[in-house]
Design a protein around this ligand. Sequence first.
Ligand SMILES: Nc1ncnc2c1ncn2[C@@H]1O[C@H](COP(=O)(O)OP(=O)(O)O)[C@@H](O)[C@H]1O
Ligand SMILES: [Mg+2]
Length: 241
Amino acid sequence: MILQTESVTKRFGGLLALDTVSLSVEQGEIFGLIGPNGAGKTTLLNVIAGIYEPTAGIVKFKDKQITGLNSETICRKGIARTFQICQPFPKMTALENVLVAAVFGNRKAIADPQAWAEELLEFVKFAMPRDTLARNLNTVQLKRLDLARALASNPELLLLDEIAAGLTPGELLELMDLVRKIREERNVTIVLVEHVMKVIMGICDRVAVLHYGQKIAEGTYVEVAKDKKVIDAYLGEKYLL
Ligand SMILES: Nc1ncnc2c1ncn2[C@@H]1O[C@H](COP(=O)(O)OP(=O)(O)O)[C@@H](O)[C@H]1O
Ligand SMILES: [Mg+2]
């Protein structure tokens, strides 16, 4: 197992955002997290990435506890993430945005950060000139930049938060290919939060369903899509298989 959460609980004041969530993700998997808005999906990524400390429970990465470590330490251990709303430095160029992550977030010293950043922009098929200011990028190029930035720290585990939102069907297929390529060519395990079921069906090996902070189902998409609890809470009839 590359990642395990054991009874992870997160409270925000009176709100129970995560309620004893236990998950195991295997090395090399693409693991999907689905559920209605407010179910706790982003909060779970934030707890894994060290942005929030869990109120209770344990997070293990490669069989070692990382619970409560700060996000910078966790990044250096090999976990990277993207955000539901991409957050590049708007006044920096695309290349500079990746360079910052390559230099400051990296686990290993990079001999030639510039070449490394260029290689990653190439890998994610970033289609704009490298000196384009981040604030001038469209949705799909911002997502590619954000993926290059996340990969710049050389992660073993990548957490993706709703990267498919706002894309056209063609862009969606390209992005799914890219996520597969990140797993296959860079040996990165992926946990992704996603509302677009086409992505979940198309690339996830296994899926967990969150509802009001609780894990209500886990398995292949085909298994969870047949689960009465999942249909009632989230998928409805239209995704019945
Ligand atoms: N920093 C925060 N402070 C207070 N409440 C929060 C915070 N972050 C998330 N929440 C609440 O926790 C619940 C889960 O949110 P979130 O993890 O963002 O859900 P999802 O990503 O599944 O839509 C929601 O009710 C949300 O309002
Ligand atoms: Mg969210």
